[in-house]
Design a binder for this molecule. Structure first.
Ligand code: ITT
Length: 215
């Protein structure tokens, strides 16, 4: 359980992501005792441009940008898929790997296009060279200052075709050998227990407890 009170008030922390898949996963793993609020409560917060070269740069940029815009402590997630056979791509371009979002396009359609692009590029890559990992960088900031950072990873193999309906993004083509299934074939609980995002949150949690206890 995370610490509950700061100076007699429940701490409010903004979870700054527009990705519904991330919101679902983070909110399932975030403990009570902190009042977590979403960007939907701040329609005028604007959008932080993600032009960093690393997950770390982008997570800090998002956390600092939205903290500045709202005045709140802000938790941001920058994450993505790194594929060895593609020289580390899509990496920080994971979200829009197949090009700019078209008018009226929903997240699932974008995810499907991204998956098609990866499978096309990987068509001739043999099984032993299909290694990849998901990475997640979390950053907690207050206006003008980064407070905490943490990282998590999940190693896997790019499948030759999509399987499973759960999760989001590249989950249907990310095969986890230890589970014998793709991430999209895992239950939400099974995914959170091993995922890059789950691991990053588990790394952040003790630091956050400590920070709140001493605030
Ligand atoms: P925010 O910036 O608003 O948080 P975003 O989706 O643009 O949303 P990122 O820039 O961090 O976020 O891009 C992350 C992309 O990486 C995401 O859109 C997926 O394509 C992929 N990704 C990240 N975590 C994933 C996961 O758990 N499963 C599958 N794909 C994931």
């Amino acid at each position: 359980m995370l610490g509950a009170a700061v100076s007699g008030h429940t701490k409010r922390i903004l979870v700054a992501t527009t990705n519904p898949g991330k919101i679902a996963e983070l909110s399932a793993m975030l403990d009570e005792g902190i009042r977590w609020v979403g960007l939907s409560e701040f329609p005028d917060a604007g959008e932080v441009v993600e032009d960093g070269r690393t997950f770390a740069e982008n997570a800090a940029k998002k956390a600092l940008g939205y903290a500045e815009a709202t005045g709140l402590w802000t938790l941001a997630d920058d994450s993505g898929l790194t594929i060895d056979a593609l020289g580390g791509e899509p990496g920080v371009h994971s979200s829009r790997y197949s090009g700019q979002v078209r008018a009226g396009e929903d997240r699932r359609t974008i995810d499907r296009r991204n998956i098609e692009k990866v499978l096309g590029l990987m068509r001739d890559v043999p099984a032993e060279k299909r290694t990849a990992r998901f990475a997640c960088r979390l950053c907690l900031a207050r206006p003008g200052r980064v407070l905490l950072e943490a990282e998590g990873r999940l190693e896997g193999i790019i499948a030759t075709e999509p399987a499973g309906e759960n999760g989001f993004g590249y989950d249907p083509i990310f095969f986890v050998p230890a589970k014998g299934r793709t991430v999209a074939q895992l239950t939400p609980e099974e995914k959170n227990a091993i995922s890059h995002r789950g691991n990053a949150l588990r790394n952040l949690r003790p630091l956050l407890n400590q920070l709140i206890d001493t605030a």
